[in-house]
Each structure stands twice: as structure tokens, then as C-alpha cells.
Design a protein. Structure first.
Length: 218
């Protein structure tokens, strides 16, 4: 337990430091999209842990930061940073001139983050980063709040948050790559998860599916 707490404390400190440095860099660098991107990534991962710890404490671990979310996730973000630097090096005026894209991307990031965090807070103990294969006593079918408008609001939030990071970076290549990677990932995940939810809740979930939409391409 002490080692787990030490890892959690260190990870939270590093994310907080990253957020602070990114905010400071915003006022000192010309390419302001990059510190905003780094700050959004740091905040996203901190909130993943925080929301899990607050609303579903029985599931919280160091993995709740979702920092190591698969090799594809790490490669995708590394590639997006690389694209941002390369394009800024060769086309600095073009890269920094798209203020409308930057603002639109930042708004999309904020909206996606808000939807995902609200979804986690609304589902509470029924939320998990891993798909449940067995129904527990505290696993409820949540249909209120944001779940009344989105069938999978946490996925929709993540989808638009991730795309928003590439819009604010003005990364055309990474935006296209992110779109198809996310579409493939969530298409598979949602279909599998919904098959388990039908087993858990039967007709109630089938009725819920008729009344709501996913709001992301699957």
C-alpha cells in the first residue's frame, strides 16, 4: 500500500508540475498551441484519477491516471507532438496563424473534458476504465443526467477531447490519424460493452438504446 501511495503522489506531483510549466510557457513562447496541448493532457490524466478516486474509490489504482493507455495511445501523442514541431519549424507563420482553429480546438478539448468528467461523476460506482464482464450488486444502469443524451458519454468526451487536441495544434495529418484510430477503437469497444450490458440489464438496456445515441461514429 505504501508503494502504491508513493506512486500516486509522485504521478500527481509530476502532472501538476507539467500543468504549471505549461501554463508558464504559454506566456513565453510564440507557438502557444503546444503549452495548451501539454496542459490539457496533464489535466486530463489527473482528472481521470481524481474522478475515479472521488466517485468510484473501490476501483482506484495507479492505473487510474490512464497514463499508459496502450502503445498506440503513446505513439499517437508522440507523433502529434512531432508533427507540430516539424510543421512549426518549416512553416512557423502558417502554423501560428490559425487562431480560429486554435480557439475551436481548445473549446472542443474543454467540452470533451467536461462531458467525460461529468459522465464519471454521474455513473459513480458503475463507472470503470475496464469493461465489466460480471454484474456486481452496485452496478446500476445509469440513464439520467448526461446519460440521458449520450449513451456512452465518457467515450464521446474522450473522442472529442482527443480530436480537439489535434485541432488546436493545427495538425492535419494527426487529426486524420486520430479520427480513424479512435473510430476503430470505440467501434469495437462499444459493440463489446453493449453486448455485456444487454446481458446485465436485458430489455431495460435495449429500451435505453432506442432512446439515446452514441454521438460518435462507430
Amino acid at each position: 500500500m505504501s508503494q502504491e501511495l508513493a506512486k500516486i503522489s509522485l504521478t500527481a506531483f509530476l502532472l501538476g508540475a507539467s500543468l504549471g510549466v505549461s501554463c508558464a510557457l504559454f506566456f513565453t513562447v510564440a507557438f502557444k498551441q503546444l503549452p495548451v496541448y501539454l496542459a490539457s493532457v496533464a489535466l486530463f490524466h489527473f482528472l481521470e484519477f481524481y474522478c475515479t478516486a472521488k466517485y468510484s474509490p473501490d476501483k482506484v489504482t495507479t492505473d487510474s491516471f490512464l497514463l499508459f493507455n496502450g502503445s498506440e495511445y503513446m505513439v499517437a501523442h508522440a507523433a502529434s507532438i512531432t508533427e507540430a514541431f516539424v510543421e512549426y519549424y518549416f512553416f512557423p507563420k502558417w502554423k501560428a496563424s490559425h487562431t480560429r482553429l486554435f480557439h475551436a480546438g481548445a473549446a472542443l478539448v474543454g467540452l470533451g473534458q467536461l462531458v467525460r468528467s461529468i459522465a464519471m461523476a454521474t455513473a459513480r460506482e458503475s463507472f470503470s476504465h475496464t469493461i465489466a464482464t460480471e454484474k456486481k450488486n452496485n452496478h446500476l444502469l445509469v440513464t439520467t443526467g448526461v446519460y440521458g443524451y449520450f449513451r456512452h458519454p465518457s467515450y464521446a468526451g474522450f473522442f472529442y477531447w482527443a480530436l480537439g487536441t489535434q485541432v488546436l495544434l493545427c495538425n492535419p495529418i494527426s487529426f486524420i490519424a486520430f479520427y480513424f484510430m479512435l473510430q476503430r477503437f470505440f467501434s469495437r469497444r462499444i459493440r463489446y460493452e453493449e453486448s455485456t450490458l444487454i446481458q446485465f440489464f436485458g430489455p431495460a438496456y435495449l429500451e435505453y438504446m432506442k432512446k439515446t445515441r452514441v454521438w460518435i461514429p462507430i
